[in-house]
Each structure stands twice: as C-alpha cells, then as structure tokens.
Design a protein around this ligand. Sequence first.
Ligand SMILES: C[S@@+](CC[C@H](N)C(=O)[O-])C[C@H]1O[C@@H](n2cnc3c(N)ncnc32)[C@H](O)[C@@H]1O
Length: 277
Amino acid sequence: MTDNSRQIDYWNEVAGPKWVRVQASMESRLSGIEDMLLARAQPRPGERILEIGCGTGTTTARLADAVGPTGHIVAVDVSKPMLDIARIRLAGHPNATLTEADAATAAFPHNFDLLTSRFGIMFFEDPVAAFTNLRRALKPGARLVCVAWAPIADNPHWSVPLGLAIDRLGPPKPRRPHAPGPLGLDDPAFVTETLARAGFTHATVRAEPVTLLGRSLDQEAEVAATMGPAGALLDEKDADATTRAELLASFRDALPGYADKSARMRATIHLITAHCS
Ligand SMILES: C[S@@+](CC[C@H](N)C(=O)[O-])C[C@H]1O[C@@H](n2cnc3c(N)ncnc32)[C@H](O)[C@@H]1O
C-alpha cells in the first residue's frame, strides 16, 4: 500500500467509472479551463511536457499537438478507466506516452520543460513529497503551470447542490485541512508554501473567474449528483435510489439560481505557477 492508495482505489473503483459515465458533460464543462491553462502554459514545438492526472486525455491531446513531432508529452494517471479512454483518444499521437503510475512516487527522466495539470494535483497525501518528486523531473529553468479549484464558497455549482444534500442527509464526515480531494489546494498560502518546500521558486496562485460550459440543465444536475462534494456525500451516506432521484430533482430546480438557460455557470479556479531553478 502506498500513501496514495486510498485515492488510487477511489479513482479506479468509484470516481473514474463515474467520470466515464458523465464524460461528455465533464469534457464540455471544463473546456474553457483547458483554454486558459494552455494560454498560460504556452507549450512550444519541441518541448517535453509532464502532465499529471491526465484523466481521459483531452488536455493531453492539445498539448501533444502544441509540441508537435519534435516534442513529447508524458501523461500520468492512476485511474485505469480514465486512461483507457485517453489511450483511444491519443492513438494517433506518437509523441504522447500515457503511463499508469502514482505521480508522487514514479521515477521520471529529469528533462521536462513544463509540468502541467488540469485538476490532477490535489490528491496527494503528502503534497511536499509529491511536488519534490515532480520538481526533480524538470530541467533547470522549467516552469510549472497548473489549475486547481478555488474554495467551495466561490464555486456555486458545488456549494448549492452540497447545501441541498446536507439539508437532506446531514453533513459529511469532518476532513482535516488540505486533505486530498478536489479542494485539497484551495488555500493559496498552503500551495505557495508547499511548492517552496518542494524546491520550486516564484510560486504564485491567482484566483481566476471561469465559465463552466454545461451541456444542459438536466445533465448538469446529473453531474452534481454524481461528481464533486454533493455526489461524494450521496455515496458517503449510501443514499437509496428514491433519495437520489429526489435530490437530483432538487439540484435541477436550484440550477437556474447559478446557471443561465444554456447551463453556463460561474466558477473560480486557482491558476498556479512556479519555476524550477
Ligand atoms: C479531477 S480528475 C482530472 C482529469 C483531467 N486532468 C481532466 O481535467 O479532465 C483528477 C485526475 O487525477 C488523477 N490522479 C489522482 N491522484 C493521482 C496521482 N497520485 N498520480 C497521478 N494521477 C492522479 C485521477 O485518477 C484523475 O484522473
């Protein structure tokens, strides 16, 4: 058992299969964030990129296109169900290597120009040890550009369904601060301190407003009942089918409060940058 074994099991047995079920909605809602990440990361032809928690490989494909045939991307994930989809998507990209491994402990070559991730770096049990391992994979002068979720209070697509689920089922088990999970890097001071302790320089965390591009109000209600903190609470409380259906309907009713008719939702992310000297 590694330190991250709980998250590895979770992403193979619970979250990965769920993500695959709502894959089209997830890819649509997060696409604007991918644009923002690429605009900041500026991947260039010929570069070597290490991507953490690549999931189903949407960002991977765009990064592979950006570095071109003279560059290379190594994309790492612990979730076999997510990687199975990424492998199909990346089949025509000989410059991409997909690896099933725990990024916190995997042995990487030491020659990457860019370390990047869209929401794949919040799940480490020991973030300083994990980022130290990742920093060692970078060349001097390389850059880190990643995104993670900002606090739940700035993300109504999560806080509203979670509030409704708590009203019905009671609160989740208490979590220690910075515990691995979607909100594990929601504290800018913790992120900059973690990166500094891992040997990065010039670490910055900028809160950025983004728009999640939901496909429809119905599909967004399904995502809220499946993924994120509300979906996790339904699992934690072992909600039965009737309760799930009633909560799904209440999420659907609440959506117009934070989304427009086309299911576009305000959200906030942290754009995290640092250097390797
Ligand atoms: C929220 S998903 C994001 C997936 C993808 N980056 C995207 O934006 O669509 C988080 C991903 O991180 C992966 N992950 C979690 N812990 C990991 C670890 N220790 N090493 C590598 N990947 C990890 C999960 O399996 C999952 O695919």
